[in-house]
Design a binder for this molecule. Sequence first.
Ligand SMILES: [Zn+2]
Length: 442
Amino acid sequence: MKLLKIAAAAALAAAVLPTSPLHTAAADTDDMPVLKADVNGDYIINSQDMVLLNKFLLGSGELTAEQAERADFDSDGVIDTFDLLGMRRSFVRNATTVPQGTWIGESSEGMRFCWFNKGREGSFADLAENTSAAFSMSKWGDSIDFTLSSGDELSSTIAWLDDEHFYLKWSDSAPELFTHKSDVPYYNGPSVAGEYVSDAGKTYKLSGYTGTSGGEDFLVLPMGTQAQFIYSDGTAKTGDFSRTDKYHFTLRWEDGTAESFTRREITVKDGITYVNGILIANKTYALPSTYAPGGLTAEFNTAFAKMQAAAKADGRKLEICSGYRSYSYQSQLYNNYVARDGKAAADTYSARPGHSEHQTGLAADINYASDYFNTTPEAKWLAENCYKYGFIIRYPKGKEDITGYKYEGWHVRYLGEELAKLVYDSGLTLEEYLCIDSKYSY
Ligand SMILES: [Zn+2]
């Protein structure tokens, strides 16, 4: 298990005296924190250290400058019996204290979280590997044996530096410094993975425990209902996490600002683009000429019939005036418009072949495909109610630059009731909701 395999250079990771939650990996051994009582400097506080100190106090042994510094437990510049007493206290602490809560371990291989539960169980997440596993531990004296959920067994010694820091020393490797992060003992926070775009226009790649954005790497520490981003310069920001659905979450940062994250998972299957699983046809994403459902889909028709009945009960009449259009039909339509109004004008109201949502079989124009429709009571009814039946007004007013089309109160797109409500409630266009563009590239 990678967690417990620390390279020999791992000692270098524990840089300066641990005052910040993050230490730079590029550090010199000279900067290693002094582990008091560990006279021989092996990051194990045991009887060998006691023997060295005793010999020195009895005048039968010498200490090097480094050993003397570590033996000077109370740091008063003199090595005496008070240091021996301090060392005994340190022994007791190492023998009796079991870590609790959330800790961050650092080595040259990166960082990891360890969650120590009450009792002697816990789990870890390896940041570099993005793996995690549960473990149980048995502790006696300064030794801890870990049994991983995989069945692997590993041994270490533990040496406490102070209440907030301890070392685990794995066999045949340098010690790993653990820093206390939280009393919350166990990971139960949000886990996110994938490529996200925030409403600030930043792209984030999140792997669950690590992330990168704009060339900046950071760790994601999930705890409870919060997530903390820890940057490599040691700065950290914590946000309250709330999830809208599996593709959207919001972090409300400590300074009161909020950042909304949208997962952008673009897959192309048989030439058809799906964003977060939603079939997309717009100016950026085209359908292949061979994509031909041949008519409106069954889901569309069922939902439309339901909506039509509801509108009728309210005294509103809804009819489809243009539903499915094939690639070749759209081609004819568009070319006629270009011949009549020119390409630039045609592009504001008619889609180029392959780019029409009508080719999906999931979109239709209601009553009149003209500005006149927008003045009718049906337009108002449709705008206020269509989401209840799984539709959205695809090209809303004032969003021309985003959707690529002028306001079309008559053009509805079927998304299903759940998604249509989410998009409606967001007040966003489908492009904004999914963080995608609608722009011709040719
Ligand atoms: Zn239309």
